[in-house]
Ligand binder design. Structure first.
Ligand code: SD4
Length: 290
């Protein structure tokens, strides 16, 4: 028997997860639900690491990264987008309306306008103020669970039992101009294989990229691990290679075809939202560094 629909997402984004859960309950596809859910945070001006209102790079440019992956194995990604808020939906358009998988920068933006996306200024007054304040010291030091917290990664399992995912971020606050993290990179920030399950990442993108974490988790599940075991192993790969892990956070969530879920991270303070059967729960996630 198939599991009832499930939505899980990174951090405590209860409204985003509730919206995705409601979409699944209404019979929408896993991909529709994941994008609708992620959009709640893209629109949330208080969230300073996703969508409009995101913290800028060192030169004051807000640049967004996102990707989506559908149950049939297709994927789409946009990176370095500075004028469009709904970048997960834009990544879907790349997937569905172009012969390509990734569009970057101006090319992604120009394509977006042809698809009806609005041109917007993504730097809000508050983010601008915070950036001006940051400029006084210009010290680049991501803070665990604070400065680099809030990327939304969402995985949905719909009533057909199909799995899709979406990931959306403005990346690390005060990153270098041109920097792109793990979030729009298929296999690192997100991976879905509808035969097996899906995984999505948040935290220090550079470390997630080096270990291709989300693909790793899906392959470990294919080889028999539970989502929980696979997330733990992916975190172990990072800490094994990198003794600076005490200074950064990295976190994964995962789901398999049976509807089992798992999550693990380096440092205390990460949470996963889980919707199933009308219940939307905030689940504290176990961590490596104790
Ligand atoms: C990045 N992984 O750009 C993202 C940042 C993040 O919560 O997850 N923040 O590296």
């Amino acid at each position: 028997t198939k599991p009832t629909p499930i939505a899980i997402c990174t951090w405590g984004f209860s409204e985003a997860n509730r919206v995705a859960g409601a979409a699944l309950k209404a019979g929408k596809s896993a991909l529709d639900a994941a994008i609708e859910g992620v959009q709640v945070e893209e629109d949330n001006l208080k969230n300073t690491t996703v969508g409009k209102g995101g913290a800028p790079d060192r030169e004051g440019n807000v640049t967004l990264d996102a990707c989506v992956m559908s149950p049939n194995g297709d994927c789409g990604s946009v990176l370095y987008v500075s004028t469009i808020t709904h970048v997960a939906a834009l990544a879907r358009k790349v997937m569905e309306e172009t012969p390509h998988v990734i569009l970057a920068g101006e090319g992604a933006e120009e394509f977006g306008y042809t698809q009806g996306f609005k041109r917007e200024d993504l730097l809000t007054e508050e983010s601008n103020k915070a950036w001006q304040e940051w400029l006084k010291s210009s010290e680049y030091k991501p803070i665990i669970n604070i400065e680099n917290h809030d990327t939304i990664g969402m995985l949905c399992l719909d009533k057909e039992g199909d799995i899709a995912g979406a990931c959306s971020t403005s990346g690390l606050s005060y990153k270098m101009k041109g920097r792109v993290g793990d979030s729009p990179i298929i296999g690192s920030g997100l991976f879905v294989d509808n035969e097996v399950g899906g995984a999505v990442a948040t935290g220090m993108g550079e470390e997630i990229l080096k270990t291709v974490g989300s693909f790793l988790i899906v392959e470990l599940m294919r080889n028999g691990m539970s989502p929980q075991q696979a997330c733990e192993e992916a975190v172990h790969r990072i800490v094994k290679k990198n003794d600076r892990y005490k200074d950064f956070q990295a976190a994964y969530i995962a789901i398999n075809k049976a509807g089992e879920t798992g999550a693990y991270c380096i440092h205390e303070g990460f949470a996963m939202m889980k919707y199933q059967n009308d219940k939307n729960e905030n689940i504290a996630v176990d961590f490596y560094h104790k």
